[in-house]
Design a protein around this ligand. Structure first.
Ligand SMILES: Cc1cc2nc3c(=O)[nH]c(=O)nc-3n(C[C@H](O)[C@H](O)[C@H](O)COP(=O)(O)OP(=O)(O)OC[C@H]3O[C@@H](n4cnc5c(N)ncnc54)[C@H](O)[C@@H]3O)c2cc1C
Length: 377
């Protein structure tokens, strides 16, 4: 099978890696170098966790992805997964965390309910008087995302993929590069992240938004792997310990302002008040920690936060893949495995990955429902 993949983010580069390992002929096209910061996959770090509330399918897929990321890191001889654990802060007995715990337990995925005092011992400074308990996923952690995407592309190339730098547009079933080169194949996959909304706006429903990450200087006490990643789903906050001297990462995960995919990503700390207020409540020692950096990046949100992976309704062999919706990174290689089965053997993809409009639904990213949208920044 000859496959052209446009987009070397986690979805496209993972698919290139997977298919070339299976002996398929792949051309991987991107307008930037793999891992470029303008791509959603281009951040230094992304959380990997299996908790997905009641959703058994994403839970299984995240666990499978962990295995495949570990295979990639062995192939690439690089530490791409920092297995520092992820702690979820539960505000009620019967919320997202309890549902995640049940779903993971049913699949034999390690997770442990810990009381607030035990949670406090995992962080250099901690306040949990508003919490019922915490859920620890000891085998979750943080992916070095940018390096992982580069490793996927490099390993795909090592297995024979042709890597092409250029901006492509669809023309019938083909992909046409900016210089007029026409790429035709048995299968053409458009895995274009936020740009899917521009290229196929009539087929996919995607909101592109500006999101922020803040990096605080907490000093050596906040370094991973000694300190886990964390998520406060009901308060839409998440973060990681200090990895690779970037600082302690904290992000307010409410939906940001709409953004053109080609717009400049300006570094402004518009979410600093929310993050500082959260630090005061949860990690008091960090309330006034120096801000090392504010980073802007973009989400490509489907209405129900489910991914997109479906054939084009008019052009045979053309597929659209994306809709990572703020939680797609970790799933890259596991999605690739499923997609490869769909492309080569016609295995069905879940109906919820279909094209078209969808009802608004609860978030699968690290922001629970009922979180106000950020429309001021
Ligand atoms: C701030 C932030 C935090 C996040 N945190 C997490 C997390 O903790 N855990 C997690 O699992 N996920 C997380 N996500 C989500 C995750 O990063 C994304 O869902 C995922 O990276 C999307 O990957 P993608 O391959 O669809 O898109 P992208 O990574 O954007 O890749 C698409 C690629 O297509 C290329 N392209 C587009 N159009 C064209 C064209 N016409 N021609 C050629 N090339 C083209 C682009 O240059 C780009 O490289 C986060 C996202 C952000 C922004």
């Amino acid at each position: 099978m000859n496959v052209v993949i446009v987009g070397a983010g986690t979805f496209g580069a993972s698919l290139a890696w997977w298919l070339t390992r299976a002996g398929e002929h792949v051309t991987l096209v991107d307008q930037f170098e793999p891992g470029d910061r303008r791509a959603s996959s281009g951040g230094e770090t992304r959380l990997i966790r299996c908790s997905h509330g009641v959703d058994a399918d994403y839970t299984t897929m995240a666990r499978r992805a962990r295995t495949l990321w570990r295979e990639l890191q062995s192939e690439a001889r690089e530490e791409l997964l920092v297995e520092c654990g992820v702690v979820w802060f539960a505000h009620g007995e019967d919320g997202w965390e309890a549902a995640s715990e049940r779903t993971m337990a049913a699949q034999g995925i390690p997770c442990e309910r810990i009381d607030v005092d035990e949670a406090a011992r995992l962080f250099p400074s901690f306040r949990g008087d508003d919490l019922e308990y915490a859920l620890l996923e000891p085998e979750a952690g943080v992916l070095r995302a940018q390096r992982a995407v580069r490793a996927l592309a490099a390993q795909a190339a090592a297995h024979g993929a042709r890597i092409v730098r250029g901006r492509a547009r669809p023309e019938g079933a083909a992909a046409v590069l900016h210089d007029g080169t026409r790429l035709e194949a048995d299968t053409v996959v458009w895995a274009c992240g936020a740009w899917l909304a521009v290229l196929f706006g009539d087929l996919v429903s995607l909101a592109v938004t500006r999101q922020e990450l803040l990096f605080l200087d907490g000093g050596p006490a906040w370094q991973a792997p000694g300190v886990p990643g964390w998520v406060d789903y009901d308060r839409a906050m998440y973060g990681t310990a200090d990895i690779d001297a970037l600082g302690m990462k904290a992000a307010y995960d409410a939906e940001g302002m709409p953004l053109d995919p080609d717009a400049e990503l300006t570094a402004r700390a518009t979410t600093e008040p929310e993050v500082r207020a959260y630090m005061r409540d949860r990690f008091p020692a960090l309330e006034h920690a120096p801000l090392l950096e504010a980073r802007a990046c973009r989400y490509e949100l489907s209405p129900d936060s489910h991914f997109i992976a479906a054939p084009h309704p008019e052009h045979q062999g053309v597929w659209l893949v994306g809709g990572g919706s703020g939680h797609g990174f970790k799933h890259g290689p596991a999605m690739a495995e499923r997609l490869a089965a769909a492309l080569s053997a016609g295995a069905p993809m879940p109906a919820r990955f279909a094209l078209g409009d969808r009802p608004l639904a609860r978030s699968l990213r690290t922001a629970g429902s009922g979180v106000a949208e950020l429309r001021s920044g």
